[in-house]
Ligand binder design. Structure first.
Ligand code: CMX
Length: 139
């Protein structure tokens, strides 16, 4: 793992939460994007050496919608920046980590992403995030 790239936070309504991050905390909004494959609308916020990803559900049946229903708003996942995501996934599988998918999926900003089951990561949902040749993009 190279570093923590971002922390994902589930929220009900981006428009409601953004003023808190931008105006109250004084952080910078980097971009907003819909990630249809994950059924979310995300806002990335610059928090210095790490980003914050606010995740608002699109529809009622995605992972974030379900999380909000069961647990309410709050920290949803921690994403490690990695390179060569397929190799990292294979290495983790060989070490007994349960990956939530066999193949990486498209995430925000054109990144390739994969998740580890919280049951095999001591209660934390970790994401691997491979930005390929766009390491300085907003994601
Ligand atoms: N962090 C920690 N634990 C979590 C969790 C989370 N975010 N989400 C669920 N869990 C736990 C639950 O508490 C539950 O534990 P218990 O069995 O002890 O109650 C267990 O995992 C199963 O949870 P569930 O509510 O029954 O939910 P599902 O099994 O349907 O799904 C998960 C959970 C993690 C497998 C699913 O959300 C998933 O596949 N996530 C990966 C994709 C994703 O999260 N996408 C949204 C982000 C997209 C983006 O960043 O762009």
């Amino acid at each position: 793992m190279k570093k923590v790239d971002h922390i994902g936070i589930a929220i009900k309504d981006l428009n409601n939460a953004l003023p808190y991050y931008i105006e109250t905390l004084g952080l910078k909004l980097l971009g907003i994007e819909e990630v249809k494959s994950q059924k979310v609308k995300v806002a990335f916020i610059d928090a210095g050496n790490c980003k914050i990803e606010l995740l608002e559900p699109i529809g009622e049946d995605g992972a974030i919608a379900k999380f909000l229903e069961k647990r309410g708003e709050g920290i949803h996942h921690i994403a490690f920046g990695v390179s060569d995501i397929r190799t990292r996934m294979q290495e983790l599988k060989e070490k007994g980590v349960q990956m939530l998918q066999d193949e990486p999926k498209p995430g925000a900003g054109g990144a390739q992403v994969a998740f580890m089951h919280p049951k095999s990561s001591f209660g934390v949902l970790y994401e691997l995030c491979d930005k390929g040749d766009k390491p300085n993009g907003h994601l």
